[in-house]
Design a protein. Structure first.
Length: 425
């Protein structure tokens, strides 16, 4: 029994490669730590920036919408278009007469405040979240403003349309209403509409440090559009026989009237590459951001000028002539050109994280454009009266040179507040 026990012990020693008289040397081999890699999103959120080979990455998408409360630069009208005077004299209503008061023109007119919307959507395009794509746009409501100047049935007060008489080289004016002679009214309508869009490749240099990047750089393409018009209309009804003429024919004081219309329309289409940056300061639930960008490109400027004069009997058109007063054969037409333009924009906002995926924000933006055409600036107040159908000196077919068209552009701005929500998932 004792021998059998000794044999078992000897066998075990042989199998283990050890002996009772030999020192056992053990090497301490450190095992690699156990790393549990979950979904790709968890690895990214830990700041590794690496997606495991077997993870399934889903692009992160974010979208926002903002209500805009904006203002735009007033519409310029350098030329005085409507005037009056307390005393009806031969020079009443003309520019330079001490009694003349300009009722419209000679300065800009406002469009008031605008409502609008801005939207943006973006997606991260690689597992590390280092870059992505964004697309967005905005629009302001189309706005129409109107100004009316009318006399009473007896033709009071005096209303005139001042201009420079290119034939006689002096200031002059067409009467729209005059006490006891004719009654009338003038209507001026201005419209404007602004919108734009952009698409950008966005770089998030420090995405790995936070779920929401502290700053972004972007490069892309931007477009902007501004459409405007200015329409000037007048209507006169004679109170005496032979007091008004149309194409050298007397207008019937009982049933007749005359109308003139001058229309100036402009369109601006800007296209160009864009560079910009965004900076965010994150304070937990609260934070602030600043955006600056500039686009350089071409603005396609277009100007359309149209006009007509009408003779009416009982409200029915019985005769017409191309051109009103400020629009004649010498400037009526369609004109276009391309101009190099800058379109910088800056914005600032404050935000509050309502949840992990919903952010509320309020901010301010300023958009600027150089080399923009606007309708009021395209008016030439120098008139060859032989072209005007309501003028006694009307001479059809006579060569004339004024009014003429010359491109006149200026800078333009729009700015205001925005209130919006941003969603991330």
């Amino acid at each position: 029994m004792r021998g059998k026990f000794a044999w078992v012990v000897a066998l075990n020693l042989a199998l283990t490669g050890s002996s009772w008289g030999q020192t056992v040397v053990r090497r301490n081999i450190q095992e690699p730590p156990l790393v549990q890699v979950g979904p790709a999103q968890t690895a990214l959120e830990q700041g590794t920036g690496v997606c495991a080979p077997d993870c399934h990455w889903t692009p992160r998408v974010y979208a926002s919408v903002d209500y805009l409360w904006w203002w735009i630069q007033d519409g310029p009208v350098p030329a005085p278009l409507v005037s009056t005077a307390a005393v009806d004299t031969p020079t009443a209503g003309t520019i330079g007469d001490p009694e003349t008061v300009v009722l419209f023109g000679g300065k800009s007119f406002g469009f008031g405040d605008f409502a609008g919307l801005r939207f943006n959507v973006g997606v991260l395009c690689d597992p590390s979240g280092a870059w992505g794509l964004e697309a967005g746009g905005f629009f302001l409501e189309e706005r129409t403003v109107s100004f009316a100047f009318a006399s009473d049935a007896a033709g009071s007060p005096l209303i005139t349309r001042p201009f420079f008489d290119n034939l006689n080289h002096q200031e002059s004016a067409y009467d729209v209403s005059s006490q006891g002679r004719f009654r009338g009214r003038m209507d001026i309508t201005g419209t404007t509409e602004l919108w734009g869009g952009e698409i950008n490749a966005v770089i998030h240099p420090d995405w790995g440090a936070s779920d929401r990047p502290r700053h972004d750089l972007f490069i892309g393409f931007r477009s902007l559009a501004l459409d405007e018009s200015l329409i000037v209309q007048s209507e006169l009804v004679p109170l005496q026989a032979g007091i008004l003429v149309f194409k050298n024919q007397a207008v019937d004081p009982q049933f007749g009237s005359q109308r003139t219309m001058d229309t100036f329309g402009t369109t601006n289409r800007f296209y160009g590459p864009q560079l910009g940056a965004r900076f965010n300061w994150d304070g937990g639930y609260w934070g602030a951001g600043l955006t600056a960008k500039v686009a350089l490109g071409v603005n396609q400027q277009k100007v359309n000028i149209f006009g007509e004069s009408l003779a009416l009997t009982n409200g029915v058109v019985v005769d017409s002539n191309p051109g009103g007063i400020l629009s004649q054969n010498t400037n009526i037409g369609h004109y276009s050109r391309n101009e190099f333009t800058l379109a910088p924009e800056i914005g600032a906002h404050l935000y509050y994280d309502v949840t992990d995926w919903l952010r509320a924000r309020v901010g301010y933006n300023l958009l600027y454009l150089t080399s923009v055409v606007r309708p009021g600036s395209q008016i030439d107040r120098n008139i060859d009266v032989q072209q005007v159908a309501i003028d006694p000196a009307f001479t059809p077919g006579l060569a004339a040179s004024r009014p003429r068209f010359v491109f006149r552009d200026s800078d333009f701005w729009a700015h205001g507040f925005n209130f919006g929500l941003e969603v991330r998932y």
